[in-house]
Design a protein around this ligand. Structure first.
Ligand SMILES: C[S@@+](CC[C@H](N)C(=O)[O-])C[C@H]1O[C@@H](n2cnc3c(N)ncnc32)[C@H](O)[C@@H]1O
Length: 280
């Protein structure tokens, strides 16, 4: 009741429950039919909640748009690659533990929240370039019980303000537009690891992404550039091909991470996914 799902979800849930009763020849309660009638006449609001169960028994609840594209962005819903990357991260928590993670194009925030809750990073920087996405993202971070740091760069200069404890990471939501962000701005985040999910959907975003990755390769920490992991759904092989070609042109070596099929989260439809590890 506090975080209601979409009308579509409520309809599917109630129909399935009634079907299950009927399948074993038990009479469903009248209240179930009444609830279904109510849902059938309800209008779908523009925002809904989605809750994702974690293996720890904890859960993540996100406010998301009910439309795949709204306010001119794809960032207000969770995409399959975000689920796939979160599942992979939870299988490999050691890669994130005590490290500073910068996520590019965070969208609704599922991957980052799963990593913050399950992989013990020291700091996590969610980022995006769209104002509605950033607003929703901040709300989702707070909704899941994490508190927000004002500015990572301030903390790097004044570590005495660091309130991080072993249990919860320092979390920031930052405006990062790949086309305009500068190397010093990226370096101020002091990332050890970069991640991004479902950010390869058209040639323009591929070029912008490779541009920001090139800037990140100049961000050395302890004489080493961060590693990056990019997860994507293989919708159009030409877009993937463009990405690897552009990585080659930028001198960024990459390798494919072995596939996993830890289907922890529900996927709406089957799609092929991949994660590339980039050595910046
Ligand atoms: C398809 S959504 C993916 C969101 C989320 N990572 C997921 O997988 O659910 C792509 C995201 O990339 C962001 N994005 C696209 N171009 C960008 C740019 N030039 N700079 C920063 N973010 C960008 C969008 O705002 C959007 O949130």
């Amino acid at each position: 009741m506090k975080h209601p799902p979409s009308v579509k979800y409520a309809w599917s849930f109630l129909s399935e429950l009634i079907r299950k009763h009927e399948a074993i020849h038990t009479e469903p309660l009248d209240e179930l039919y009444e609830a279904l009638a109510e849902v059938l006449t309800a209008e779908e609001p523009t925002q809904c909640h989605r809750s994702y169960l974690l293996p720890s028994g904890d859960s993540i609840t996100l406010s998301e748009s009910t439309a795949i594209i709204s306010h001119g962005t794809t960032g207000l819903v969770t995409w399959n690659a975000a689920l796939y990357l979160a599942e992979w991260a939870m299988e490999n928590p050691a890669g994130f533990a005590h490290r500073t993670v910068l996520e590019l194009g965070s969208g609704a925030g599922l991957t980052g929240l799963a990593i913050c809750k399950m992989c013990r990073p020291r700091a996590y920087i969610f980022s995006d370039c769209h104002s509605h996405v950033l607003e929703q993202l901040q709300g989702n971070v707070l909704l899941n019980g994490l508190s927000l740091e004002p500015n990572v760069a301030t903390l790097a200069q004044h570590p005495e303000h660091d309130t991080a404890d072993a249990e919860s990471p320092r979390v920031t939501v930052a405006w990062v537009d790949w086309d305009v962000v500068t190397v010093p701005q990226l370096a101020a985040f002091q990332p050890d690891i970069i991640i991004a999910a479902d950010v390869l959907y058209c040639p323009e975003t591929v070029l912008s992404l490779v541009g920001v990755l090139q800037k990140l390769s100049a961000c050395q920490k302890d004489q080493r550039a961060p590693d990056a992991y990019v997860a994507f759904t293989i919708r159009n092989p030409e877009t993937c091909q463009l990405f690897t070609t552009e990585l080659g042109r930028a001198g960024i070596p990459w390798e494919e991470v072995p596939r996993h099929d830890q289907k922890l989260f529900p996927y709406e439809e089957h799609s092929e996914m991949a994660i590339l590890k980039l050595m910046l």
